[in-house]
Design a protein around this ligand. Structure first.
Ligand SMILES: [Zn+2]
Length: 75
């Protein structure tokens, strides 16, 4: 179950800055109580992530998510 990540909010934030003029949407998630924003272009699929107003790499984000959701071994 990933209930903690379910509280996502979708916000349109204008046009893509990648030159494709697609619509950008921002999805807000909460990882360990911190707001994490994923900005995604619906056309070129370019994605950027930020946390606490700072750009973060997806890999470090995944580490946070893993830490927030300890793997549960199937019993
Ligand atoms: Zn784009």
């Amino acid at each position: 179950m990933t209930r903690d990540l379910k509280a996502a909010k979708l916000t349109s934030v204008g046009a893509c800055t990648n030159g494709c003029e697609g619509n950008l949407v921002t999805i807000t998630m909460y990882v360990r109580g911190e707001a994490v924003l994923m900005t995604s272009c619906s056309t070129c699929d370019r994605r950027t992530w930020s946390k606490s107003g700072e750009r973060v790499e997806l890999r470090s984000l995944l580490d946070d998510i893993k830490a927030a959701q300890p793997l549960r071994k199937a019993s």
